[in-house]
Design a protein around this ligand. Structure first.
Ligand code: FRU
Length: 482
């Protein structure tokens, strides 16, 4: 396997072949990061769901593994999570083994066809060989559907203060929390969200975890929704609040998005990483995920991102940063003197770095004003992104970025608000063969966008408004992870 097809991501995990959607069951155990994902091995469009599997020692280089979970008499294997049951509460571990336990939705396509309401139920499976092989629990399902059509995507965490497991489940237009002493017996605790946040579509793939800021613990609730995202289709919102082991409370007024771009969905965090929270999303959008122009595989994950909190004028907001492990892919960085830009307001970066190829670009501005970054080829295809001062928002314009005829909604401009009024600014881009991830203002505004140039972009130009003072501009070519 060469992973060198046209448009194949070089910095991102994608399945060796065939279809992928949501990342699932991410758990860190004994030096290995496990990544499972919604997978259809029979084609490059969505189909009967399996859990594909890949592992990494460093969060960056991935090794494709055999399929972990196959559909069975209870249905397809939909999204879910995995935990290291360190205290062996489940009893699945023998002779001191720590079992890995996967918690997932069984989706029964027959029940769905027959028009039943209870065709999604929560089940578990365990592994006592470091995730290599999995055994489904004989007592499945462990959370039975009470008659809610959309009842799925369990994310489980250990709530140490109450010595119990908490399951965060997407239940149509709200989140339902359950608790369990042993991962097998679950009791409903509470609901959240019927009247809160965005409701343009069904709620899916939630996650609940604590993060600390200045010695205080806050609880973050991620909720993916489809459709209803800020730039159309699917996207992931978040709530900051408090969780006491029973209920989640938030006084957040505004809807917030972990990523405003069109192509980050169904993301959750790794289990068993201590206080560090590492997020990974599916780098696509249900509006066109089945149609994007790749041949042997379809869709990939975002880069892993470290999540954090920041206080902006009394509001606690979530930040995302590309996980520092990515730096190990960086080739010799090229620093460009700000005087080079100041002269004309425009800089042909490709005088300094060889394209095509994947790279990161980072800059700091002393005084933020409008700027744009343009990537283009000799076919007239161009991706433009940047910041518009008058509108005080970031944008990614893929209107003429490449192939787009596969879906009428693909070409267009995505926008994201700037969430700070600071006079200085910063930007980090992670640019791959068919994607860009934009992190602005220390990870406060994030946008992820796909693009499919017929021919790789060969040129890169930065244009800044004359008022802008570029303090530091660094480019780094990135080695392929494959
Ligand atoms: C989200 C989702 C989940 C579901 C899975 C099915 O993208 O719709 O809610 O479990 O995909 O593949």
């Amino acid at each position: 396997l060469k992973y060198n097809e046209h448009h194949r991501p070089q910095l991102h995990f994608s399945p060796a072949a065939k279809w992928m959607n949501d990342p699932n069951g991410m758990v860190y155990f004994q030096g290995t990061y496990h990544l499972f994902y919604q997978h259809f091995p029979g084609g490059t469009t969505w189909g009967p769901m399996h859990w594909g599997h890949a592992t990494s020692k460093d969060l960056v280089h991935w090794q494709q593994k055999p399929i972990a979970l196959y559909p069975d008499s209870l249905g397809y294997i939909f999204s879910g999570s995995a935990v290291a049951d360190v205290n062996n509460t489940s009893g699945f571990g023998k002779k001191g083994q720590v079992p890995l336990v996967a918690i997932f939705t069984h989706h029964d396509p027959k029940g769905e066809k027959e028009g039943k309401e209870n065709f999604q139920n929560q089940s578990i499976a365990y592994s006592v060989d470091n995730g290599n092989t999995w055994t489904k629990y004989a007592g499945n399902p462990v959370v039975k559907n009470p008659g809610i059509r959309d009842f799925r995507d369990p994310k489980v965490m250990w709530f140490a203060a109450g010595k119990k497991w908490i399951m965060t489940l997407a239940t149509k237009d709200r989140i339902t929390f359950y608790s369990s002493p042993d991962l097998k017996n679950w009791k409903k605790e509470s609901e959240f969200g019927e009247q809160r946040g965005a409701h343009g579509g069904v709620w899916e793939c939630p996650d609940l975890f604590p993060l600390a800021l200045n010695g205080k613990t806050y609880w973050v609730l991620l909720v993916s929704i489809n459709p209803g995202g800020p730039n159309g289709g699917s996207a992931t919102q978040y709530f900051i609040g408090q969780f006491d082991g029973h209920t989640f409370k938030s006084d957040q007024q505004q809807t917030r998005w972990i990523d405003y771009g069109p192509d980050n969905y169904a993301g959750i965090t790794w289990s068993n990483t201590g206080s560090r929270k590492i997020f990974l999303g599916w780098m696509s959008n249900w509006n066109y995920a089945n149609e994007v122009p790749t041949d042997t595989w379809r869709n990939s994950a975002t880069v892993p991102r470290d999540l954090g909190l920041v206080n902006i004028k009394g509001q606690i907001l979530l930040t995302s940063h590309p996980s520092p492990e990515l730096n190990k892919l960086a080739g010799k960085p090229v620093a460009i003197a700000s005087s080079e830009i100041a002269k004309t307001g425009s800089l042909k970066v490709t005088n300094h770095i060889k394209l095509p190829g994947q790279y990161t670009l980072e800059f700091k501005l002393d005084k933020i004003d409008s700027y744009s970054i343009e990537m283009f080829n000799d076919q007239g295809e161009k991706l433009i992104l940047g910041y518009n001062k008058a509108e005080d928002r970031y944008f990614i314009d893929r209107t003429h970025a490449g192939l787009s005829g596969f879906n009428p909604g693909f070409a267009g401009i995505a926008y994201a608000p700037r969430l700070t009024a600071a006079s200085s600014g910063d930007l980090k881009l992670v640019v791959d063969a068919s994607s860009v991830e934009l992190f602005a203002d220390q990870g406060l505004t994030v946008m992820t966008s796909l693009f499919f140039p017929a021919k790789p972009y060969q040129q890169l130009i930065i244009k800044v408004n004359k008022e802008t003072v570029v303090k530091r501009l660094v480019l780094a070519p990135m080695k392929s992870i494959w």
